[in-house]
Design a binder for this molecule. Structure first.
Ligand SMILES: NC(=O)c1ccc[n+]([C@@H]2O[C@H](COP(=O)([O-])OP(=O)(O)OC[C@H]3O[C@@H](n4cnc5c(N)ncnc54)[C@H](OP(=O)(O)O)[C@@H]3O)[C@@H](O)[C@H]2O)c1
Length: 336
Protein backbone atom coordinates (compact mmCIF):
# COMPACT_ATOMS: atom_id res chain seq x y z
CA UNK A 1 0.00 0.00 0.00
CA UNK A 2 1.00 3.67 -0.32
CA UNK A 3 1.87 5.48 2.89
CA UNK A 4 3.71 8.58 4.09
CA UNK A 5 7.03 7.67 5.70
CA UNK A 6 10.01 9.52 7.16
CA UNK A 7 13.35 7.84 7.86
CA UNK A 8 14.89 10.78 9.69
CA UNK A 9 13.96 13.83 11.74
CA UNK A 10 13.84 17.16 9.98
CA UNK A 11 11.72 19.62 7.99
CA UNK A 12 8.58 18.63 6.03
CA UNK A 13 10.82 17.60 3.10
CA UNK A 14 11.86 14.41 4.95
CA UNK A 15 8.33 13.09 4.38
CA UNK A 16 7.67 10.99 1.27
CA UNK A 17 5.10 8.57 -0.09
CA UNK A 18 6.40 5.00 -0.35
CA UNK A 19 5.15 1.45 -0.93
CA UNK A 20 5.00 -0.36 2.42
CA UNK A 21 3.46 -3.57 3.76
CA UNK A 22 -0.26 -3.43 4.33
CA UNK A 23 -1.00 -4.03 8.04
CA UNK A 24 -2.59 -7.32 9.03
CA UNK A 25 -5.29 -6.83 11.69
CA UNK A 26 -4.84 -8.71 14.96
CA UNK A 27 -7.73 -10.55 16.64
CA UNK A 28 -9.08 -7.43 18.32
CA UNK A 29 -8.43 -5.08 15.37
CA UNK A 30 -10.17 -3.98 12.20
CA UNK A 31 -8.45 -3.11 8.94
CA UNK A 32 -9.65 0.26 7.64
CA UNK A 33 -9.31 1.38 4.02
CA UNK A 34 -8.46 5.04 4.61
CA UNK A 35 -10.15 7.50 2.25
CA UNK A 36 -9.17 10.70 4.05
CA UNK A 37 -6.63 11.71 6.66
CA UNK A 38 -5.19 15.00 7.92
CA UNK A 39 -1.96 16.72 8.89
CA UNK A 40 -2.08 17.94 12.51
CA UNK A 41 0.31 20.03 14.60
CA UNK A 42 0.78 16.97 16.77
CA UNK A 43 2.08 14.99 13.79
CA UNK A 44 5.12 17.27 13.80
CA UNK A 45 5.43 17.71 17.57
CA UNK A 46 8.18 15.53 18.88
CA UNK A 47 8.11 13.38 15.79
CA UNK A 48 10.08 15.31 13.23
CA UNK A 49 10.53 18.85 14.45
CA UNK A 50 13.53 20.07 16.40
CA UNK A 51 11.26 22.02 18.73
CA UNK A 52 10.56 19.07 20.99
CA UNK A 53 13.91 17.25 20.95
CA UNK A 54 13.44 15.86 24.46
CA UNK A 55 10.65 13.58 23.20
CA UNK A 56 13.28 11.73 21.16
CA UNK A 57 14.10 9.82 24.32
CA UNK A 58 10.85 8.03 23.55
CA UNK A 59 10.72 8.21 19.76
CA UNK A 60 14.37 7.34 19.00
CA UNK A 61 17.49 9.41 19.69
CA UNK A 62 19.14 9.57 16.27
CA UNK A 63 16.39 8.32 14.00
CA UNK A 64 12.66 7.85 14.46
CA UNK A 65 11.80 4.30 15.53
CA UNK A 66 8.36 4.66 13.99
CA UNK A 67 8.60 5.84 10.39
CA UNK A 68 4.89 6.20 9.63
CA UNK A 69 2.99 9.48 9.84
CA UNK A 70 -0.49 10.86 10.49
CA UNK A 71 -3.13 10.47 13.19
CA UNK A 72 -6.69 11.05 11.95
CA UNK A 73 -8.52 8.79 9.51
CA UNK A 74 -11.93 8.30 7.94
CA UNK A 75 -12.63 5.26 5.80
CA UNK A 76 -14.37 1.93 5.46
CA UNK A 77 -13.78 -1.30 7.40
CA UNK A 78 -12.37 -3.97 5.07
CA UNK A 79 -11.58 -6.84 7.46
CA UNK A 80 -12.31 -7.62 11.09
CA UNK A 81 -10.31 -9.75 13.52
CA UNK A 82 -11.87 -12.85 15.10
CA UNK A 83 -12.46 -11.14 18.48
CA UNK A 84 -14.13 -8.02 17.03
CA UNK A 85 -17.75 -7.86 18.17
CA UNK A 86 -19.39 -4.62 16.99
CA UNK A 87 -17.71 -3.30 13.86
CA UNK A 88 -18.32 -5.09 10.55
CA UNK A 89 -16.79 -5.09 7.09
CA UNK A 90 -18.34 -2.24 5.12
CA UNK A 91 -18.86 0.06 8.15
CA UNK A 92 -17.90 3.69 7.52
CA UNK A 93 -15.71 4.78 10.41
CA UNK A 94 -13.50 7.61 11.63
CA UNK A 95 -10.98 7.95 14.42
CA UNK A 96 -7.41 8.18 15.57
CA UNK A 97 -4.56 5.78 14.78
CA UNK A 98 -0.85 6.32 14.36
CA UNK A 99 0.24 5.93 10.74
CA UNK A 100 -3.08 7.22 9.34
CA UNK A 101 -1.43 8.96 6.36
CA UNK A 102 -1.72 5.68 4.47
CA UNK A 103 -4.13 3.63 2.39
CA UNK A 104 -4.79 1.21 5.27
CA UNK A 105 -4.57 1.25 9.06
CA UNK A 106 -5.24 -1.50 11.59
CA UNK A 107 -7.19 -0.15 14.56
CA UNK A 108 -8.15 -1.82 17.85
CA UNK A 109 -11.93 -2.00 18.13
CA UNK A 110 -11.57 -0.72 21.72
CA UNK A 111 -9.48 2.23 20.49
CA UNK A 112 -10.57 5.66 19.27
CA UNK A 113 -12.73 4.45 16.37
CA UNK A 114 -16.47 4.96 15.82
CA UNK A 115 -19.07 4.90 13.08
CA UNK A 116 -18.68 7.96 10.85
CA UNK A 117 -21.27 10.67 11.59
CA UNK A 118 -24.22 10.53 9.25
CA UNK A 119 -24.12 12.70 6.15
CA UNK A 120 -20.45 13.70 6.26
CA UNK A 121 -17.92 13.05 3.53
CA UNK A 122 -14.79 11.15 4.55
CA UNK A 123 -12.83 14.42 4.29
CA UNK A 124 -15.17 16.12 6.73
CA UNK A 125 -15.14 13.19 9.16
CA UNK A 126 -11.33 12.99 9.12
CA UNK A 127 -11.12 16.64 10.23
CA UNK A 128 -12.94 15.97 13.51
CA UNK A 129 -11.24 13.56 15.98
CA UNK A 130 -7.90 15.15 16.91
CA UNK A 131 -8.99 18.70 17.80
CA UNK A 132 -12.25 17.63 19.40
CA UNK A 133 -10.78 14.87 21.59
CA UNK A 134 -7.86 17.04 22.72
CA UNK A 135 -10.14 19.98 23.53
CA UNK A 136 -12.65 17.77 25.33
CA UNK A 137 -10.08 16.00 27.50
CA UNK A 138 -8.29 19.24 28.43
CA UNK A 139 -11.46 21.18 29.27
CA UNK A 140 -13.12 18.40 31.25
CA UNK A 141 -11.01 18.84 34.43
CA UNK A 142 -12.45 22.40 34.68
CA UNK A 143 -16.03 21.10 34.51
CA UNK A 144 -18.72 21.99 35.69
CA UNK A 145 -18.53 24.84 33.19
CA UNK A 146 -22.22 25.53 32.72
CA UNK A 147 -22.81 29.29 32.89
CA UNK A 148 -19.11 29.96 33.58
CA UNK A 149 -17.20 32.56 31.58
CA UNK A 150 -14.52 30.87 29.45
CA UNK A 151 -12.13 32.68 27.11
CA UNK A 152 -10.50 30.67 24.30
CA UNK A 153 -7.25 32.16 23.01
CA UNK A 154 -6.10 30.91 19.58
CA UNK A 155 -9.73 30.06 18.89
CA UNK A 156 -9.40 29.56 15.13
CA UNK A 157 -7.02 26.60 15.22
CA UNK A 158 -7.92 22.92 15.26
CA UNK A 159 -8.18 22.71 19.06
CA UNK A 160 -9.59 26.24 19.33
CA UNK A 161 -12.51 25.75 16.92
CA UNK A 162 -13.28 22.47 18.70
CA UNK A 163 -13.11 24.06 22.15
CA UNK A 164 -15.46 26.89 21.17
CA UNK A 165 -18.08 24.49 19.85
CA UNK A 166 -17.82 22.16 22.86
CA UNK A 167 -18.00 25.03 25.33
CA UNK A 168 -21.01 26.59 23.60
CA UNK A 169 -23.03 23.45 22.82
CA UNK A 170 -21.84 20.74 25.21
CA UNK A 171 -20.51 22.39 28.38
CA UNK A 172 -22.99 25.31 27.98
CA UNK A 173 -20.44 27.88 29.09
CA UNK A 174 -20.43 31.58 28.23
CA UNK A 175 -17.69 31.56 25.59
CA UNK A 176 -15.45 34.38 24.43
CA UNK A 177 -13.30 33.52 21.41
CA UNK A 178 -10.12 35.46 20.65
CA UNK A 179 -8.89 35.27 17.06
CA UNK A 180 -7.64 37.26 14.09
CA UNK A 181 -9.98 39.56 12.05
CA UNK A 182 -10.28 37.00 9.24
CA UNK A 183 -11.81 34.38 11.55
CA UNK A 184 -14.29 36.50 13.53
CA UNK A 185 -17.36 35.49 11.48
CA UNK A 186 -16.37 31.82 11.53
CA UNK A 187 -16.10 31.81 15.33
CA UNK A 188 -19.51 33.47 15.63
CA UNK A 189 -20.98 30.83 13.32
CA UNK A 190 -19.51 28.10 15.55
CA UNK A 191 -21.54 29.40 18.50
CA UNK A 192 -19.30 31.91 20.31
CA UNK A 193 -21.58 34.72 21.56
CA UNK A 194 -18.53 36.94 22.20
CA UNK A 195 -15.65 37.20 19.74
CA UNK A 196 -12.65 39.48 20.26
CA UNK A 197 -10.48 40.45 17.30
CA UNK A 198 -7.02 40.23 18.81
CA UNK A 199 -5.60 42.78 16.36
CA UNK A 200 -8.04 45.38 17.76
CA UNK A 201 -8.50 44.47 21.39
CA UNK A 202 -6.18 43.10 24.06
CA UNK A 203 -8.36 41.02 26.38
CA UNK A 204 -5.85 41.43 29.22
CA UNK A 205 -6.49 45.18 29.22
CA UNK A 206 -10.24 45.49 28.80
CA UNK A 207 -11.07 44.99 32.49
CA UNK A 208 -13.11 41.81 31.96
CA UNK A 209 -12.41 38.69 33.99
CA UNK A 210 -13.05 34.99 33.30
CA UNK A 211 -13.47 31.76 35.25
CA UNK A 212 -11.31 29.89 32.75
CA UNK A 213 -8.81 31.02 30.11
CA UNK A 214 -8.11 28.20 27.65
CA UNK A 215 -4.94 28.97 25.71
CA UNK A 216 -5.57 26.60 22.79
CA UNK A 217 -2.27 27.42 21.07
CA UNK A 218 -0.09 27.96 24.14
CA UNK A 219 1.01 31.37 22.87
CA UNK A 220 -0.10 33.44 25.86
CA UNK A 221 1.08 33.04 29.46
CA UNK A 222 -0.31 32.68 32.97
CA UNK A 223 1.55 35.81 34.05
CA UNK A 224 -0.05 38.00 31.38
CA UNK A 225 -3.50 36.41 31.83
CA UNK A 226 -3.40 36.62 35.63
CA UNK A 227 -5.41 39.84 36.04
CA UNK A 228 -8.03 38.60 33.55
CA UNK A 229 -8.79 35.57 35.75
CA UNK A 230 -11.40 35.72 38.49
CA UNK A 231 -10.24 34.62 41.98
CA UNK A 232 -10.31 30.80 41.83
CA UNK A 233 -9.94 30.99 38.04
CA UNK A 234 -7.89 28.56 35.95
CA UNK A 235 -5.51 29.14 33.03
CA UNK A 236 -5.19 26.02 30.85
CA UNK A 237 -2.34 25.95 28.33
CA UNK A 238 -2.12 23.42 25.51
CA UNK A 239 1.61 23.95 25.21
CA UNK A 240 4.60 23.64 27.54
CA UNK A 241 5.33 27.32 26.88
CA UNK A 242 8.57 29.27 26.55
CA UNK A 243 11.41 27.25 28.13
CA UNK A 244 8.79 24.60 29.12
CA UNK A 245 7.74 26.80 32.05
CA UNK A 246 4.04 25.82 32.22
CA UNK A 247 4.46 22.62 34.34
CA UNK A 248 6.54 24.57 36.88
CA UNK A 249 3.99 27.39 37.08
CA UNK A 250 1.24 24.77 37.41
CA UNK A 251 3.05 23.23 40.38
CA UNK A 252 3.68 26.57 42.10
CA UNK A 253 0.08 27.82 41.65
CA UNK A 254 -1.26 24.64 43.29
CA UNK A 255 0.11 25.98 46.56
CA UNK A 256 0.36 29.74 46.08
CA UNK A 257 -2.39 32.20 45.12
CA UNK A 258 -6.05 31.68 44.30
CA UNK A 259 -5.61 31.47 40.52
CA UNK A 260 -4.19 28.30 38.99
CA UNK A 261 -2.28 27.38 35.85
CA UNK A 262 -2.52 23.89 34.36
CA UNK A 263 -1.06 22.08 31.38
CA UNK A 264 -3.71 20.45 29.21
CA UNK A 265 -2.82 16.82 28.57
CA UNK A 266 -4.84 15.56 25.63
CA UNK A 267 -6.17 12.01 25.43
CA UNK A 268 -7.84 10.03 22.68
CA UNK A 269 -10.66 7.97 24.20
CA UNK A 270 -13.28 5.88 22.43
CA UNK A 271 -16.07 7.10 24.72
CA UNK A 272 -15.19 10.71 23.89
CA UNK A 273 -15.25 9.96 20.15
CA UNK A 274 -18.71 8.44 20.56
CA UNK A 275 -19.82 11.62 22.34
CA UNK A 276 -18.41 13.78 19.53
CA UNK A 277 -20.20 11.64 16.93
CA UNK A 278 -23.46 12.22 18.80
CA UNK A 279 -22.80 15.99 18.91
CA UNK A 280 -22.17 15.99 15.14
CA UNK A 281 -25.29 13.91 14.47
CA UNK A 282 -27.41 16.33 16.52
CA UNK A 283 -26.00 19.44 14.81
CA UNK A 284 -23.96 20.60 17.81
CA UNK A 285 -20.51 20.10 16.29
CA UNK A 286 -19.17 20.53 12.78
CA UNK A 287 -15.84 20.09 11.03
CA UNK A 288 -13.84 23.16 10.03
CA UNK A 289 -11.60 22.59 7.03
CA UNK A 290 -9.07 25.11 5.82
CA UNK A 291 -7.23 23.41 2.94
CA UNK A 292 -7.30 20.05 1.19
CA UNK A 293 -4.30 18.25 -0.32
CA UNK A 294 -3.70 14.84 -1.87
CA UNK A 295 -1.50 12.22 -0.20
CA UNK A 296 1.23 13.03 -2.74
CA UNK A 297 1.18 16.67 -1.60
CA UNK A 298 2.21 15.71 1.96
CA UNK A 299 5.22 18.05 1.97
CA UNK A 300 3.17 21.11 0.90
CA UNK A 301 0.40 20.21 3.36
CA UNK A 302 2.88 19.87 6.22
CA UNK A 303 4.66 23.10 5.32
CA UNK A 304 1.32 24.89 5.57
CA UNK A 305 0.40 23.26 8.91
CA UNK A 306 3.77 24.20 10.33
CA UNK A 307 3.16 27.90 9.62
CA UNK A 308 0.89 27.73 12.70
CA UNK A 309 -1.63 29.86 10.80
CA UNK A 310 -4.22 27.36 9.68
CA UNK A 311 -7.89 27.85 10.39
CA UNK A 312 -9.31 24.59 11.71
CA UNK A 313 -7.92 21.56 9.91
CA UNK A 314 -5.91 20.49 6.87
CA UNK A 315 -7.21 17.39 5.10
CA UNK A 316 -5.31 14.81 3.03
CA UNK A 317 -7.28 13.07 0.31
CA UNK A 318 -6.09 9.46 0.23
CA UNK A 319 -8.59 8.14 -2.34
CA UNK A 320 -11.15 9.62 -4.73
CA UNK A 321 -13.95 8.48 -2.36
CA UNK A 322 -12.76 11.08 0.18
CA UNK A 323 -14.94 13.89 -1.12
CA UNK A 324 -17.98 11.91 -2.23
CA UNK A 325 -21.07 13.42 -0.68
CA UNK A 326 -23.01 11.06 1.56
CA UNK A 327 -26.77 10.62 1.18
CA UNK A 328 -27.70 13.14 3.91
CA UNK A 329 -26.74 16.82 3.60
CA UNK A 330 -23.17 17.41 4.74
CA UNK A 331 -22.55 19.79 7.62
CA UNK A 332 -19.41 21.24 6.10
CA UNK A 333 -18.35 24.60 7.48
CA UNK A 334 -15.26 25.21 5.52
CA UNK A 335 -13.40 28.25 6.63
CA UNK A 336 -13.85 31.17 4.24
N1 LIG B 1 -1.25 19.31 25.22
C1 LIG B 1 -1.49 18.38 24.33
O1 LIG B 1 -1.86 17.24 24.64
C2 LIG B 1 -1.34 18.75 22.88
C3 LIG B 1 -1.56 17.81 21.88
C4 LIG B 1 -1.44 18.21 20.55
C5 LIG B 1 -1.10 19.53 20.25
N2 LIG B 1 -0.86 20.41 21.26
C6 LIG B 1 -0.50 21.82 21.01
O2 LIG B 1 -1.71 22.51 20.85
C7 LIG B 1 -1.44 23.69 20.12
C8 LIG B 1 -2.58 23.98 19.18
O3 LIG B 1 -2.71 22.95 18.22
P1 LIG B 1 -3.69 23.19 16.99
O4 LIG B 1 -3.67 21.95 16.19
O5 LIG B 1 -4.99 23.73 17.43
O6 LIG B 1 -2.89 24.34 16.24
P2 LIG B 1 -3.23 25.07 14.89
O7 LIG B 1 -4.52 24.57 14.34
O8 LIG B 1 -2.04 25.01 14.02
O9 LIG B 1 -3.42 26.57 15.39
C9 LIG B 1 -3.51 27.54 14.42
C10 LIG B 1 -4.16 28.76 15.00
O10 LIG B 1 -3.32 29.33 16.02
C11 LIG B 1 -3.39 30.73 15.91
N3 LIG B 1 -2.16 31.36 16.38
C12 LIG B 1 -0.91 31.11 15.92
N4 LIG B 1 -0.03 31.90 16.59
C13 LIG B 1 -0.76 32.66 17.46
C14 LIG B 1 -0.44 33.64 18.41
N5 LIG B 1 0.83 34.02 18.63
N6 LIG B 1 -1.44 34.19 19.12
C15 LIG B 1 -2.70 33.81 18.91
N7 LIG B 1 -3.10 32.88 18.03
C16 LIG B 1 -2.12 32.30 17.30
C17 LIG B 1 -3.58 31.00 14.46
O11 LIG B 1 -4.28 32.19 14.33
P3 LIG B 1 -3.78 33.30 13.28
O12 LIG B 1 -3.87 32.68 11.92
O13 LIG B 1 -4.73 34.38 13.47
O14 LIG B 1 -2.36 33.64 13.70
C18 LIG B 1 -4.40 29.81 13.96
O15 LIG B 1 -5.77 30.12 13.96
C19 LIG B 1 -0.10 23.50 19.43
O16 LIG B 1 0.82 24.35 20.07
C20 LIG B 1 0.27 22.09 19.72
O17 LIG B 1 1.64 22.00 19.97
C21 LIG B 1 -0.98 20.05 22.57
Amino acid sequence: MRAVVHDRYGPPEVLRVAEVERPVPKEDEVLVRVHASTVTRGDAMGVRSAEYRFTRLLTGIRRPRRTSSGTEFAGRVEEVGAAVTELRAGDEVFGIERGANAEYVAVREAGAIAQKPTGLTYEEAAAIPDGSLLALSCLRPADPLQGKSVLVYGAAGSIGTAAVQLLAHHFEADVTAVCDTKDVELLRSLGAPNVLDRSREDFTRNGKTYDVIFDAVGKHSFRRCHRSLKPGGVYISMDLGFMYHVPLVALVTRFIGSRRATLGIGRYRKEDLLLIKELVDTGKYRPVIDRRYTLDEIVEATRYVETGQKTGNVVLRVSEAARVEQPEPAASNDAP
